[in-house]
Design a binder for this molecule. Structure first.
Ligand code: AMP
Length: 395
């Protein structure tokens, strides 16, 4: 299962990478983080005397669509790798095999977008077999799609029963997640924020009983407050989730998990960066005002809980952090993650799009233990699900 267990000498390593990068109107890469993240595995394969066949999806094309061609990404890959990369105009069939079969050690080929074929998302067995002809060994290094049961992430592993492994990036993701979910140093705290209870319900339910302290902030907190009879003004709410919110509170009461909810909130009179603001108790928000960040008392409680932990997981902002005036709570949590790492020797993991954006914005990404690359995949792990991309390598 480990890359180091594979004999790569003279072998073509078929690597599932995540090159689903943002492109601008001129089809230039605007953020190459995901390409950089894949380099260690590619470079390792080449250093071991192998060649690398890279396959990925890009965007959501419906059939072949030049707009989503991976050839737009090719120059940046060549630039970062510092060598020429061949391009196959399709990922299966002769257009691919004519390029990948004659490959020599040290060479790299990029296959065209996997999602030009509907069979990719369908996890089609025949298509996976065609893909498999492009390599002698299979490596999955795409955590971002590990929760998908697609041909290139799951089905294909059947064609390499003895010759498959996790890439370095995926292995690090799994290791970081296991440090939190499987064998955490205690106390273990999870900070969950974001807009909606409905999208984090599975995570919250899975974490109750598992973590020592569960902190719930962000827009979803107001549903809990309203369900208990509080006045939340015009704050974001999912009234149809009252029953679930109350059941979570009940479940937490009868478990070993301490559930922390906000007690005060920073409100705005409108959803705008220049809104008038006031702090109020979270259960008594003035009519016409909306809670857009956690208040100072809550921030202090949450920070204190993070700083007494040995393992901390954070997913989701505490408020509308995109507006500076409502970013204080989120920034304070970001800073406490860095402080817990440095001062308390805690293992701190940040997972999911907006918390990653927040820690980057705060300039603290280097000061936490691990920043996960996979949004949806991370969320499914936190819900306790087994990811098909991981299971396919392990089974
Ligand atoms: P999610 O994708 O569920 O993690 O939610 C992230 C989004 O939640 C961000 O865009 C935040 O602006 C938003 N958010 C966080 N707190 C609030 C709040 N109190 N009211 C409205 N939106 C919020």
């Amino acid at each position: 299962m480990n890359l180091s267990d594979l004999d790569l000498q003279g072998q073509r390593a078929l690597i599932r990478v995540d090159f689903n990068v943002p492109l601008n109107e001129a089809r230039e890469v605007t953020d190459d983080t995901r390409i950089r993240a894949a380099l260690p595995t590619i470079q390792y394969v080449l250093a071991q005397g192998g060649s690398a066949v890279l396959m990925s999806h890009l965007g959501r094309p419906k059939g072949r669509d030049e707009k989503f061609s991976l050839k737009h990404v090719l120059p940046r890959i060549e630039n970062l790798l510092g060598q020429k990369v061949k391009f196959a105009s399709d990922c299966v069939g002769d257009s691919a095999l004519d390029v990948t079969h004659p490959m020599k050690p040290g060479e790299v080929t990029l296959l065209e977008n996997l999602r030009f074929h509907a069979e990719e998302k369908a996890g089609d067995e025949f298509f996976a077999g065609q893909l498999a002809e492009n390599g002698d060994v299979y490596i999955n290094d795409a955590f971002g799609t590990a929760h998908r049961s697609h041909a290139s992430t799951a089905t294909i592993a059947n064609f390499f029963p003895e010759k498959k492994a996790f890439g370095k990036l995926l292995a690090r993701e799994i290791e970081a997640l296991e440090k939190v979910l499987a064998c955490p140093e205690k106390p273990l705290t999870a900070v969950i924020g974001g807009a909606k209870v409905s999208s984090k319900l599975g995570i919250i339910e899975h974490l109750i009983g598992l973590v020592d302290c569960l902190i719930v902030g962000g827009g979803m907190a107001y549903t809990f407050v309203q369900a208990q009879g509080g006045s939340i003004g015009t704050s974001l709410v999912e009234s149809e989730m009252h029953a679930q919110a109350l059941s979570i509170l009940e479940k937490a009461r009868s478990s070993k998990t301490e559930l922390l909810l906000p007690t005060d909130t920073l409100c705005g009179d409108t959803f705008a960066p220049d809104a008038n603001t006031q702090v109020s108790p979270i259960h008594a928000i003035t009519e016409g005002w909306m809670g857009l960040d956690i208040g100072p008392e809550t921030t202090a409680r949450f920070v204190k809980a993070v700083l007494r932990s040995k393992t901390v997981l954070w997913n989701g902002p505490m408020g509308v952090f995109e507006m500076a005036v409502f970013a204080k709570g989120t920034n304070a949590v970001a800073a406490s993650m860095a402080k817990a790492t440095a001062d308390c020797g805690a293992f701190t993991l940040i997972g999911g799009g907006d918390s990653v954006a927040a820690i980057n914005k705060a300039g603290l990404a280097e000061q936490v233990s691990y920043v996960s690359t996979g949004g949806g995949a991370m969320l499914e792990c936190l819900e306790g699900k087994v990811l098909p991309g991981i299971a396919a390598i392990r089974n």
